[in-house]
Write a protein that binds this ligand. Structure first.
Ligand code: Q46
Ligand code: ZN
Ligand code: ZN
Length: 310
């Protein structure tokens, strides 16, 4: 496989984009695309102060790296959850986030749950019945609260997270399985601030596949934590990702189409509004008189014309 831009040996093949690239061109392509999405979804501008939530994982560190390379004013926020899990998850991810910031001269704000609130996430969870044996429900809620508070109190215009396409497709899958209309209405590349005090949020990586993010982190030499949080094992989101990956293997591009079609449907309101035949532009086929969605001959008649070679 050869790089489409220079003909050198490609290091990544992206069948969903019909594109293979060498290392150098891949490392250029990724920020270019990110910039394109930032503009397309009106995420933020050069003058905005951006706060990136970083976990020490490949996605959030790559996001911070890309925004830094693109010249955006972006600080990091690391929330220390105090999760051990045999791999020293929190301590190790904090070390990597700090190392990343230091190497680039970036400002990282560390928010330690245990020192701010007297208990780690696991301890808080043990005292509530929210998540039973898994702290994810407590953790998610605490993280959202802290990110929002820091973003607002410190005057950032936007909070960015490293959610990639696989994350977004899995969330979408879960939300459609439950027809969680409220969540569906809020899912998207940008969530506007509201009067109740929600900070503006954006997800600049939401159109990149997980494997594209892994490739970016590895090729650009970012040191990140390979282990997932020990509590992620067996989560619904991982289960949905596996199912989507099986479908993607048979139909490259499926995840991207799934997500983009959702955004499109949301934009037009088509997935909430019931179709009203006359008002929604139904037409009558001039050949057979049957109703059709597009003006002119219906697909049946078009097909018949074609097979009869007229
Ligand atoms: S960090 Fe927290 Fe996740 Fe770990 S405890 Fe669960 S929610 S799995 S993204
Ligand atoms: Zn190349
Ligand atoms: Zn509160």
């Amino acid at each position: 496989m050869k790089c489409r831009k220079c003909g050198e040996k490609a290091v990544i093949n992206m069948p969903q984009h019909k594109l293979a690239l060498c290392k150098q061109h891949y490392l250029e392509w990724m920020p270019e695309q990110t910039e394109r999405f930032i503009q397309k979804y009106h995420m933020f501008g050069r003058e905005d102060r951006i706060l990136a939530a970083v976990s020490g994982g490949k996605d959030s560190l790559s996001l911070w790296d890309i925004l830094w390379r693109l010249g955006y004013k972006c600080d990091g926020l690391y929330i220390c959850l105090g999760i051990e899990g045999g791999v020293n998850y929190s301590a190790e991810s904090q070390r990597l986030a700090e190392k990343f910031a230091e190497e680039r001269g970036l400002r990282l704000r560390v928010y330690d749950i245990a020192s701010e609130h007297g208990q780690t996430i696991s301890e808080i969870n043990a005292r509530t019945s929210r998540g039973q044996n898994k702290p994810c429900s407590v953790c998610g809620m605490v993280k959202r609260q802290v990110m929002n508070r820091v973003a607002r109190e410190e005057g950032y215009q936007v909070l960015v997270t490293g959610h990639n396409l696989d994350d977004e497709a899995a969330v979408l899958f879960g939300n459609t399985l439950n027809w969680a209309v409220g969540y569906l209405a809020r899912q998207g590349p940008v969530l506007e601030a509201n009067a109740l005090g929600l900070a503006r949020k954006a997800k600049p990586l939401c159109r990149f596949y997980e494997r594209e993010m892994t490739a970016y982190a590895l090729l650009s030499g970012i040191e990140y934590i390979y282990d997932e949080c020990p509590y992620a094992v067996g989560s619904k989101s991982i289960y949905y990702k596996e199912i989507l990956n099986k479908m993607e293997a048979d139909r490259p591009g499926l995840k991207l189409t799934y997500y983009l079609s959702f955004l499109e449907a949301k934009k037009t309101g088509a997935f909430i509004k019931p179709a009203d035949d006359e008002k929604e532009g139904m037409h009558t086929c001039p050949t057979c008189g049957q109703p059709t969605t597009a003006a002119g001959e219906c697909s049946f008649c078009k097909m018949m014309t074609k097979i009869h070679g007229a």
